[in-house]
Every structure is written in C-alpha cells, then in structure tokens.
Design a protein around this ligand. Structure first.
Ligand code: PMP
Ligand code: GLU
Length: 402
C-alpha cells in the first residue's frame, strides 16, 4: 500500500509552515548544529506557579475522568467572568465551549458553519492555519490584501468589496499573528459599522494575543453590542498565560454556535483534558492587570521588540513597521529577491528562509505561508542575547547576496 490511499482532503492540505520550520530546525539541532529558532510563536516563559499547582492538584484530586464535552461548568463560568472583567462582555456558560487550544476552537466553528463553496473573508497577512482550516471544512478563503505602509490594516470598504452572496464569515485577528498589528477602538468601530449591515455574516474574532500589547491596549470586537448576535470570540490561555502545551482554548458566541461546536466535539474529540481544564480555570481567574508574571512577560516582549526593530533597521534593504502587540516582526525583505551568493538565487520568502536556515542556522517563517510573499516572520519570543546573535547572523548571510 502507498499514499494513494490518502484522501484528497489530506493530500491537498499544506503542512503548517510554522511547525514545518520548527521541525526542520529541531532536525538540524539534533545533528549538532547551533540553530537559533525564531520560528515558532510561543512565549519562552514558564506557566505561572499557581496555574501549575492547580494542574497538580487536579491529578491528586483524581479529576482524571471524562470531563463534560463543552468544558467543566466551573471553567465556563470563570471564562464568562473573565470576559466581563477584561472585555466588559456579557456571556453565560451556555455561550462558551472549551476546546483543545484555540486552533481547535477555530476549526470547530468552520466545521459548524461552512458548506462546500461557502466563503470566508480573511485579511492578509493571516495566520498560516486559517485558509487551511477553511479549506478542510469545505469553504473558500477570500483574501483581503494589506500593506506594510498602512501597518497591515484593512480598510472597512475592503470588507464590503469582498462580500458576495456566498460570504458566510469574516475572520479577524487583532493583535495579529504574523504582523503584531493592533486595531484601535476607532478603527474597530469603523469595521463594526460595515459588518452590522450584514447580520448574516458571522464574525470570528481571534483574540488569542489580547494580553500582549505595548503602546495601546487591546479592544475586542465584542465592544460593539450591535454585533453580538453575529460574533464568535476565540481566545485561550496559550499566549497570554504562557500555556501553549496545556492545549486549552475557547469560544464565546451565540448559543446555537456553542451547541453546534459541542455536538461536533462530542463525536470528534470529547472534552479537553481534565487536568488542563483545571489549570486553565486558575489561569482565567487571574486578572492580567494584577499578575506579575503577565506584566513581566509583556514588559520583556516590549523590550525585545524595541531591540529587534533597532537591529533590523541596520540591515540594508529591510523595511519594517512597529508592531504594537503579539511577539512577531514581519519585515519586508523583497529587496533581496533576485539576488544570489553565487550558488543560490533567492526568488522568494521560502528560499530566503531556507537560505538563512542552511547558511547561518536561523529559523524564521516565510511570509508566503501568511499570504505575504514579500515578508518573513521573526518571532521574538527569545532572550535579548539570542535575538542579537540571530540578527548578526541574518545580517551576515544577507551581506553575501548581490
Ligand atoms: N490563533 C492565532 C492567531 C495563533 O497565532 C495561534 C497559535 N498559537 C492560535 C490561534 C492557536 O492557539 P492555540 O495554541 O491555543 O491552539
Ligand atoms: N501559532 C503559533 C505560530 O504561529 C504556534 C504554531 C502553530 O500552531 O502554528 O507559530
């Protein structure tokens, strides 16, 4: 037997570029190479002690049986309280479904709403998994392009232009992966004015980076009550509470969407791991404004952002904006396309990333995977020393291209 047994569904699915670059860098590392991986997007901080203790206690208290499919009631109530505390939103546990990471929450929603050919509007640069998830669920992505000069932000009229009779959903991500852009309240308000005119379009707001902002704070699309009936908020504990490995995400939205996601999970994965749920309960009860761990982490990310931008500015030909959130820089490196070191000609972001990986052992992610082939993504979830060394190496490798 060979891979011809595989379904069209899986054969047409791309490998996640973020995870692929991380896999390649781990392979090189295991060969003894001194690799700097700035490819995966995850905080390099440890989960706060009180959260880890809650996980341990869950084991000792034998909370090790099948949990309820949509999540423990206590956790869903705590998420509802978090949405009130942080975002001033009114949801009850019946509006909430806990899943195995925000990734799982997102695909649940797509699986629940999309029929073949239904369209989802996605601003680019987008997180790598969005179009693949939409495709898996039978839908079609309709991409709105943006550029670095406008901080990679869409204009409200772009949404209106992208809407067709097949539009089922609009996917929105602020703070953004990969650009780090954060929409202001005023910008969101303009977007809300367009979306409210289309009450049959579901808005999926991925707010997973909400705690990681620097110069102005995050605002939820939920701040506009007129959108509530058509809005699903996706969030989780992975980024803001440094809990990527615990795999807990959630949605909050209309009851019929929550019920549908619960029904899907019931046949597909069942509830998220009980121990992780109990740790997440402690995490969502933590007020980020009163948590030293969260504020220390955000402070460190801000310093690293400033450092990285100042270092990248010294490299000829690279153009960057100043991201206000998340922990990514997404510079335009197209100046180097068409250049060669004699052996390798760089024709795009994938070739450039492979060149940097093989030449100086720095792992980044090609912008191509995020719908912006002129850029590359640098995750600055690493120490200042590592960032400095990585940029030195990048600068050296790029200086060999002409
Ligand atoms: N949305 C965005 C924008 C992300 O960058 C990620 C990556 N972690 C996710 C969702 C998925 O988060 P999780 O790790 O909770 O599945
Ligand atoms: N979301 C992170 C990233 O973009 C983690 C890897 C992944 O799930 O894609 O790197």
């Amino acid at each position: 037997m060979n891979n011809s047994i595989l379904s069209n569904r899986i054969l047409s699915l791309s490998e996640s570029a973020t995870l692929e670059m991380t896999r390649l860098s781990r392979e090189l590392k295991s060969e003894g190479k001194d690799v700097i991986a700035l490819s995966i997007g995850e905080p390099d901080f440890n989960t706060p002690q009180n959260v880890k203790d809650a996980g341990k206690l869950a084991i000792d208290n034998n909370i090790t049986h099948y949990p309820p499919v949509p999540g423990f009631l206590e956790l869903r109530e705590a998420i509802a309280a978090k949405l009130k505390r942080d975002n001033n939103l009114d949801y009850g546990p019946e509006n909430i479904v806990v899943s195995t990471g925000a990734k799982h929450s997102l695909i649940n929603v797509f699986m629940c709403i999309l029929n073949d050919g239904d369209e989802v509007i996605i601003p680019a640069p987008y997180w790598v998994s969005y179009p693949e998830m939409v495709g898996l669920a039978g839908g079609k992505s309709v991409v709105i392009n943006t550029d670095i000069d406008s901080d990679f932000k869409i204009k409200p009229e772009d949404i209106e232009k992208a809407i067709t009779t097949n539009t089922k959903a609009f996917l929105f991500n602020s703070p953004s992966n990969p650009t780090g852009s954060v929409y202001t309240y005023e910008e969101l308000s303009e977007i809300a004015k367009v979306l409210v005119k289309y009450p049959d379009i579901l808005i999926i707001a991925d707010e997973i980076y909400e705690y990681i902002t620097f110069d102005s704070e995050h605002h939820s699309l939920g701040s506009f009550p007129e959108l509530k009936d058509q809005l699903v908020i996706v969030n989780g504990v992975s980024k803001g509470m440094a809990m990527t490995g615990w795999r807990v995400g959630y949605i909050a939205g209309p009851k019929f969407i929550a019920s549908a996601c619960g029904k899907l999970q019931g046949q597909y994965t069942s509830g998220t791991g009980s121990i992780s749920q109990m740790a997440a309960l402690e995490a969502v009860k933590t007020d980020p404004n009163k948590s030293k761990e969260v504020s220390d982490m955000v402070k460190a990310f801000r310093e690293r952002r400033d450092l990285l931008i100042s270092l990248v500015k010294e490299i000829p030909g690279i153009k960057s904006n100043v991201p206000n959130g998340a922990f990514y820089l997404f510079p335009d490196v197209s100046y180097y396309y068409g250049k060669s070191n004699g052996d390798t000609t760089i024709n795009g972001s994938t070739e450039l990333c492979m060149y940097l990986l093989n030449e100086v052992y720095v792992a980044l992610v090609p912008g191509e995977a995020f719908g912006s082939p002129e850029c590359i993504r640098i995750s600055y979830a690493a120490s200042k020393e590592v960032i400095k060394e990585a940029v030195e190496r990048i600068k050296l490798a790029l200086s060999r291209l002409s």
